[in-house]
Design a protein around this ligand. Sequence first.
Ligand code: UD1
Length: 365
Amino acid sequence: MKLHLIAGARPNFVKIAPLVPYLRNAGWVPYLVHSGQHFDDRMSSDFFDDLNLPKPDFHLGRATGSHAQQTAHVMQAYEELFLSEKPELVVVPGDVNASLACAIAAKKCGGRVAHLEAGLRCGDTQMPEEINRRIIDSISDYLWAPSQDAVENLLREGRDNASIKLVGNIMIDALIMMRPALARRQILRTHNLTSGGYILATLHRPANVDNVEVLRLIIQQLAELSTRMPVIFPAHPRTKKVLESMDCAYSATKSIKMMHAERYLDFVHLQQHSRMVITDSGGVQEETSYLGVPCLTVRPSTERPITLEYTNRLVSPEDIYSTSCQILDEPSPEAKAIPFWDGNTAKRIADCLEMLSHRPGINIF
Ligand code: UD1
């Protein structure tokens, strides 16, 4: 049984990595489709190396430009590939444009689609990812949810219980799988940092970085915070572009240690050893919750509310400094177990697929 794993953007490389070793045992032949949304080495090939991913079997070419342009490019390229390859199942992870494009193209060609990380909702339709999530879930045949709240969202939207499976958090599988390699990283030494002695910041959401005034405010807050503890800031290409275009805010970054976007293992190692993290990334909210590292999420809402029961808090740009100071004055929290975030998600998915491979065409759950 032929299966396509769609990965084209940084978080998706992480989400498919734990699956690859399990799929063959479940009777499937996995083909990796690189849908080209991210293409810099630091956003793509370095992730393949760090996560021991095989080279992509197919590459759909670079998908750049506006959301519509990216989505249209991937839809066109994937439709052609789908029709020539005719996979029995297409697995689309997460909520990026490339996942949406492949899900639509596959379904319109009569294919079956599984959504890995189904059911997450923040309720904010200004966010491109929220639009993507809702559409992908509404057309997918199999909905693999990371947490109970995601299952409840899907049921509330009228999805059939039989198509939903609580499989757990696949990103945590990746982190657990890579623990030995993580322990060997030398990035703290490279940047002269001490464990627990710095704050890690990472921001790339359009709402925070595309608006120059908002980004200026965030940078000012981080610069103020750096008077209490060093702040390091690996910048995503989107953020870097905007920062480079704004001289005055860029000068405030002198007190912040700006770095280029870090590869997977170094970035997780930096999270693990930081005193706290300031972010707007979905995956980082999850990783810090699992690791027990305090996290401030610069967003008005989160599609991952379970993280708020652990070490994550939401904050507005103007409150970054004051809320960070409160956290620095508190003792560091202990890591606590989160249900189904246990390193066995890929196995639970493989078990679902094993049943499906024996009963093609029949609903497996
Ligand atoms: C995308 C995802 C977001 C995810 C993020 C992880 C959507 C809607 N958003 O946002 O959910 O958290 O990836 O990084 O799919 N660029 C480069 N080199 C690269 C990659 C991007 O220069 O390797 C440039 C792009 O050309 C674009 C900008 O960075 O100008 C933003 O990239 P894009 O893929 O549009 O969105 P992200 O902000 O990365």
